[in-house]
Design a protein around this ligand. Sequence first.
Ligand SMILES: [Mg+2]
Length: 252
Amino acid sequence: MSPEPSQDKRAIVWFDIDNTLYSASTNISQAMGERIHAYFVSTGLSHEEASELHFRYYTQYGLALRGLTRHHDIDPLDFDRKCDGSLPLEDMIAYVPAVRKLFEDIDRTKVRVWALTNAYKTHAYRVLRILKLDDLVEEVVYCDYQAPNFSCKPEAEFYHAAMDRAGIQDPSQCYFIDDSLGNVRAAHALGWGHCVHFHEVGLEQMEGGKLKRIGDEVEDGRPNDKGFHHINDLEQLRTLWSEVFKAEAPAE
Ligand SMILES: [Mg+2]
């Protein structure tokens, strides 16, 4: 993380990484959930206790690891190696040329493109490399598992720290997309100007160790009463955020 806030005055597009830049159909959240469960069990808990605490910490802190570091004597980097670090991501995620093209079509004279993730940097950069987006994402704001009492989405502190680092004072300058409704609501509540919920209706994902069908809570494709949109295809950003994309070349 660079220590100095950026002096760049361009607006900023923040992309969540996991289950946003790749589909929940990869089942990565399930594979992560299994590893996190095994990690809880390795601290001496029964399977039942592990499931209960995993869900409680996820719900209370936004990340199971935050509960583990607060209430158990564990090394967060050991957790990261055994959970995210052991995922066979290269076999699970495929490069999608259309997503790279979407990133290429964002007009960099108008906006910066940064990632905002609850993962640690190792996992974040690994996913971006597999997706061939690492050269198109200027900075990654990640969860610093090494910092005592680190913050994460959806805590306001995490978003404020991200804005500070980007040198953004006006939250309306922030574009943001995330598959977690809680994370999008939090950003929107802070006044982030252009929030979008990535929402793959009908697929399943694991949250806090529990399998959940996506799509129960919102109507897809429409702005809800909170004023942000739900989309199931990143291509829809070209319409919702048309002002940040390069103007189309005239047809020949
Ligand atoms: Mg996500």
